[in-house]
Write a protein that binds this ligand. Structure first.
Ligand SMILES: *[C@@H]1O[C@H](CO)[C@@H](O)[C@H](O)[C@H]1NC(C)=O
Ligand SMILES: *[C@@H]1O[C@H](CO)[C@@H](O)[C@H](O)[C@H]1NC(C)=O
Ligand SMILES: *[C@@H]1O[C@H](CO)[C@@H](O)[C@H](O)[C@H]1NC(C)=O
Ligand SMILES: *[C@@H]1O[C@H](CO)[C@@H](O)[C@H](O)[C@H]1NC(C)=O
Length: 651
């Protein structure tokens, strides 16, 4: 009996197995039919499983058949081309043949307000484009061959960035590109409804939603039409772009058709869900219900599937959470045992910050200071969350900044450097943070160490000033007879060597050095191979004297920068770097200029109060006594503790 039941169970199982295999066979047959159809210069793909597309760069086909051209990597491009070449010319007459294609794509930016670059449908002489660049070149061209008629490339760009160098109309447009990125015709991304009165509607390329595009060329009339629409509407009768183009000199007898997408300073995902193509005659309409769906996070708005996803995700999330909590608790117990800390009575006065024993002389004051720093709150300051102290060690706990510090994006290779618009956003943010420290909090706080490496970037590339108040903490451990001028050489205001006292105006000096380094991509003092130090202020000022201040800009920006902003930042940098503290603007004035609320003060070259480099060098030698390029610099001995104050009451 027992055996029979086992046998019966096994039989049922086997039976199911066979029916699945049957379906799979049918599927294979359909794929085979689909693949063989595609040899006839017509093909249609709902998902790209088994499509045999030629992939390059970041291009991959995901398990559900989605074609993903890029991943969350910066400065990446991806290609996907139909595997065999297609005849775009009538071999006897030499005229370009008609073709028609339709595809569904989606661009999912990593951060919703920062766009990565776009996607292009392209017809190219090879499926293996080499030497091409990501970012604004869309993975199709580079600096040298852009615009060259020998490229033989026709592309329809879905462009999400406005590049002034290519005269782009805005940061959300559709364009027809012939051999280069300066479009022969373009329009803001939009479509015309078919009824009732052909209403014009805008679309956002970076909405993360799938959209459909039609590209149709009629060989007789030489009309190239491009149409785009959301999936919810049928094909618009009025195309968005309609251009007369003589393709016969552009296309060759055999060309590859496919897609290219690229990312720049910001990452994003570029997907193609389906593609239909036909030489001569119109491409078959895609069946939207047969398309693979986008990954859940991006697709969550079109969700009858939402609940289904939660059924799977929720139990996993709960178990992961429990697991993490349990191990976290175990770790906590272990750590607690290991560190056996004691909370001192006086420490509880300062709120919920973490503490230990080993109290030393001065520690009480020190904690008071940390507690007050912890109360500083501004969106452009890195939040100090708390601290741990154990014997001689001190850990300060800050908000996590996923993109690290700004210097990594300024003093780096071209491909990794930050775009001008992001640099300008960071500059304005840091100016606002510093103004808060100087004027908007209950006490005046002097930062004392402003520089690119102390500027941290959050997930959305907002700049946040970090490390404030640390200078003061270092002082504690040093000889009480000596006040140390703290900061970094090159960012230190000249008066510090005389007075040893940091002020808001000495911070402005540091901010000036910061402005110059962000706009020029150079450090305030650079040691040349010749052994000569290059002082950035002098170098920039020399360009100002020649009336060519823009020449001081960071060459890594290429042509993608706003000249008026770069010029303003460089000039402000020089104004902040002036010798006499009174001559420097306040942070409020600086921010007003940056935000366009006040014009930049008119200054002629002779008005600038800048030291010449020989004086500057002598001064460093006097202050430092060594040739070290950074670090803390001992200044004049002083027994007055008030002169080292990092924060002081408003008068
Ligand atoms: C992105 O693509 C690159 C190159 O194809 C690959 O090495 C990397 O692992 C991918 N990263 C992710 C997160 O998929
Ligand atoms: C630019 O692209 C072309 C064509 O792909 C390639 O032959 C050339 O070497 C590239 N130039 C550079 C400087 O990479
Ligand atoms: C559509 O976009 C264009 C250009 O981006 C803009 O001028 C226009 O006002 C927008 N129209 C609507 C209805 O939002
Ligand atoms: C199109 O270009 C080809 C090749 O340059 C030329 O022979 C032909 O006359 C052009 N046709 C028209 C209508 O201009």
């Amino acid at each position: 009996m027992q055996k029979e039941m086992d046998w019966a169970g096994g039989g049922r199982w086997r039976c199911q197995y066979f029916s699945v295999t049957g379906k799979t066979l049918v599927l294979f047959f359909l794929l085979w039919v689909q693949n063989s159809l595609s040899t006839a210069n017509r093909f249609i793909f709902h998902g790209f499983d088994g499509s045999g597309l030629r992939l390059n760069g970041g291009g991959t086909i995901e398990p559900n058949g989605l074609l993903r051209l890029t991943n969350f990597t910066k400065y990446e491009f991806g290609h996907a081309f139909f595997p065999s070449p297609l005849p775009f010319l009538n071999s006897s007459t030499g005229e370009a043949l008609s073709f028609s294609t339709s595809f569904v794509f989606a661009i999912v930016p990593r951060y919703h307000d920062i766009s990565s670059h776009g996607i292009a449908f392209a017809i190219t002489p090879t499926a293996n484009l080499t030497g091409v660049l990501p970012s604004q070149h869309l993975g199709l061209f580079n600096h040298t061959n852009n615009g060259d008629p020998r490229n033989h490339i026709l592309a329809v760009e879905l462009d999400t960035i406005q590049n002034k160098e290519f005269s782009d109309i805005n940061d959300n447009h559709v364009g027809i590109d012939v051999n280069g990125l300066r479009s022969v015709s373009s329009a803001p991304t939009s479509f015309f409804l078919n009824s009732p009165n052909f209403q014009h509607e805008n679309l956002s390329l970076i909405s993360g939603q799938p959209m459909r595009v039609w590209v149709e060329f009629d060989g007789k009339s030489m009309k190239l039409n491009v149409t785009i629409a959301p999936l919810s509407v049928p094909k618009p009768q009025i195309p968005l772009l309609s251009s007369k183009i003589n393709l016969s000199s552009i296309v060759l007898g055999e060309m590859y058709a496919g897609f290219s997408a690229s990312t720049g300073a910001a990452a994003g995902l570029h997907y193609i869900l389906g593609w239909s193509f036909s030489m001569d005659g119109s491409a078959e309409e895609l069946k939207l219900s047969n398309l693979p769906s986008l990954p859940p996070k991006e697709a969550e708005e079109n969700s009858g599937k939402k609940t289904k996803i939660w059924v799977i995700v929720l139990p996993i999330a709960i178990s992961v959470f429990l697991l993490i909590s349990a191990s976290g608790f175990a770790l906590l117990m272990k750590t607690k045992k290991m560190f056996e800390e004691v909370v001192e009575d006086w420490e509880t006065e300062y709120g919920p910050h973490r503490i230990s024993h080993d109290s030393r002389q001065g520690m009480k004051e020190f904690v008071a200071e940390i507690a007050s720093i912890g109360r500083l709150r501004h969106r452009n300051l890195v939040q100090l969350l708390g601290y741990c102290r154990r014997r001689g060690e001190l850990l300060l706990i800050y908000d996590f900044m996923p993109n690290g510090s700004l210097d990594n994006y300024i003093f780096c290779r071209k491909e990794e450097s930050l775009s001008w618009s992001l640099r300008f956003k960071v500059i304005r943010g840091i100016a606002a943070g510093l103004l808060y420290l100087h004027e908007e909090w209950e006490q005046v706080v002097v930062h004392r160490d402003i520089k690119a490496s102390n500027v941290l970037l959050d997930a959305e590339f907002n700049g946040k000033l970090g490390d404030f108040g640390l200078a003061r903490l270092y002082d504690r451990g040093s000889n009480p007879q000596t006040t140390r001028v703290v900061g970094t050489l090159g960012y230190l205001a000249p008066e510090l060597s005389r007075t040893g006292k940091s002020t808001t105006r000495s911070d402005v000096f540091g901010f000036g050095a910061f402005l110059l380094e962000v706009a020029s991509g150079k450090k305030p003092i650079e040691l040349k191979t010749s052994g000569i130090e290059m002082v950035l202020v002098d170098w920039v000022f020399d360009f100002l004297k020649k009336g060519a201040i823009l020449e001081a800009r960071d060459r890594k920006l290429g042509d993608e920068y706003a000249a008026d902003e770069v010029e303003m930042v460089l000039k402000l940098g020089l104004m902040c770097s002036q010798h006499s503290p009174e001559a420097r603007p306040s942070m409020r004035q600086v921010l007003q200029c940056l935000e366009g609320e006040a014009p930049l003060p008119e200054m002629s070259v002779n008005d600038f109060d800048l030291l010449d480099s020989s004086h500057r060098m002598n001064r460093f030698v006097v202050v430092d006594g060594t040739s070290s390029n950074s670090g803390t610099v001992p200044a004049y001995p002083s027994s007055s503790s008030s002169s080292e104050s990092q924060s002081f009451k408003r008068p």
